[in-house]
Design a protein around this ligand. Structure first.
Ligand SMILES: [Mg+2]
Length: 393
């Protein structure tokens, strides 16, 4: 069973919690300029027909005593962290999908915490007692249904779709509730007279693909109650790093450069193995007197090739003025993302194309190393036996 938790009017609820003057009042969190839109509306504001993404001037027209609160992202992020920590207490498989939303795979947690319903109640209780915030939870045997379920009895809801209810539920599920159906797809649905997910089954795959592209295939699967996506914990993995403590402190540029290359390859390989990409590189140097320094850089595009990591790490190294001998070299990456996670489409610049080419070389090297051991393929610069103790995290 998969559980989906979604906080109720998250930003607004946090503000109402922290400021008694806002309790039970119509509150929106948003900017207060002409072009601002509602980020979150409290349930009291929703009664007036105010919802997120609505222009603020329009919200004001709907409710003349509306209270507008500027957002405090730092506070929301810190609260979000606490929520995720509570979830990780119940299961190691937690996938955070937004600041106030997460999937939890609760398979195997029953013995510890009871039935899925018991687990959901416990989570809601923990979140409420620790953070004074209400949440809504959906549970279903299929991932996309758990998200739909969490939305069904908001706020403070708990909805369970059991295995035996799935078929019936899908047959009657309004098609606009299916995640990923945009405005264009909705128009097609109307012309085909598809009103529920069950209606999709009336059409052969060929027609669905013709009308909806790739989505056609997924739609047919979903209508059969098949959702191959699982709860991915990659999002919670924060960083990958690899360090070498040198057997002898060194100060020569070439020697350190080689260590950086070596560590970059190790980090790149771990990234690719886990199907992750990175947008943030850092290096760490420890000196002979045990002092240390780090440098990091945000990248414009996601990468996972060892060469790209090395190039960035080396540039960071060049920023550091070497005054003492180096005893430890570390390379790491943060801001990790699932490689296959949807990203905004963009034209691929030449640099990206080169990265892509290097990536395919990397994958070939990875698979050979996997088969024959690490030492068989190394970059020419590393052909000397590596010196020192390595430490991968
Ligand atoms: Mg929410």
């Amino acid at each position: 069973m998969i559980l989906h938790i979604d906080m109720d009017a998250f930003f607004a609820a946090v503000e109402q919690r922290d400021n008694p003057a806002l309790k039970n009042k119509p509150v929106i969190v948003s900017g207060n300029s002409k072009r601002s839109v509602v980020s979150t509306a409290s349930y009291e504001a929703r009664v007036f027909g105010i919802h997120s993404a609505m222009p603020v001037f329009q919200a004001k027209q709907k409710c003349d005593h509306l209270i507008i609160v500027p957002g405090n992202m730092k506070k929301y992020a810190a609260t979000s962290k606490k929520i995720m920590k509570i979830l990780s207490h119940f299961s190691p498989l937690v996938e955070q999908v937004s600041i106030d939303e997460a999937y939890v795979d609760i398979k195997g947690c029953e013995r510890l915490f009871g039935s899925p319903e018991d687990i959901a109640c416990e989570i809601k209780k923990s979140v409420f007692t620790q953070l004074s915030l209400t949440s809504s939870i959906g549970i279903a045997p299929i991932k996309f249904l758990s998200k739909i379920a969490s939305d069904m009895n908001k706020p403070d809801g708990l909805t369970i779709i059991t295995k035996s209810q799935v078929k019936e539920f899908i047959r009657n599920l309004p098609i606009q509730k299916v995640p990923g159906i945009g405005k264009t797809a909705m128009k097609q649905m109307q012309t085909l007279q598809i009103k529920t997910l069950g209606d999709v089954k009336k059409f052969p795959l060929g027609i669905l693909i013709k009308k909806f592209g790739k989505m056609g295939h997924r739609l047919l699967e979903l209508s059969d109650g098949i959702d191959a996506s699982t709860v991915k914990t990659n999002y919670t993995r924060k960083s990958i790093s690899s360090e070498t403590t040198l057997s002898k402190d060194i100060s020569d540029f070439e020697g350190i450069k080689q260590m950086i290359l070596d560590r970059s390859q190790s980090v790149g390989r771990t990234l690719r193995k886990k199907d992750l990409v990175t947008k943030n590189i850092f290096i760490k140097l420890k000196f002979s007197d045990f002092s240390q320094t780090t440098r990091s850089k945000k990248l414009p595009t996601s990468i996972c090739s060892s060469s790209a990591i090395f190039k960035e790490a080396l540039a960071l190294f060049k920023e550091i003025q070497l005054k003492k001998k180096v005893r430890l070299v570390g390379v790491g990456v943060t801001a990790l993302k699932d490689k296959n996670a949807p990203t905004q489409l963009q034209l691929m610049p030449l640099k990206d194309k080169l990265n892509k080419q290097w990536e395919s070389v990397d994958f070939a090297v990875d698979s050979i190393s996997e088969k024959f051991g690490d030492s068989i393929i190394k970059k020419a610069a590393l052909s000397k036996t590596s010196r020192g103790r390595q430490n991968d995290e």
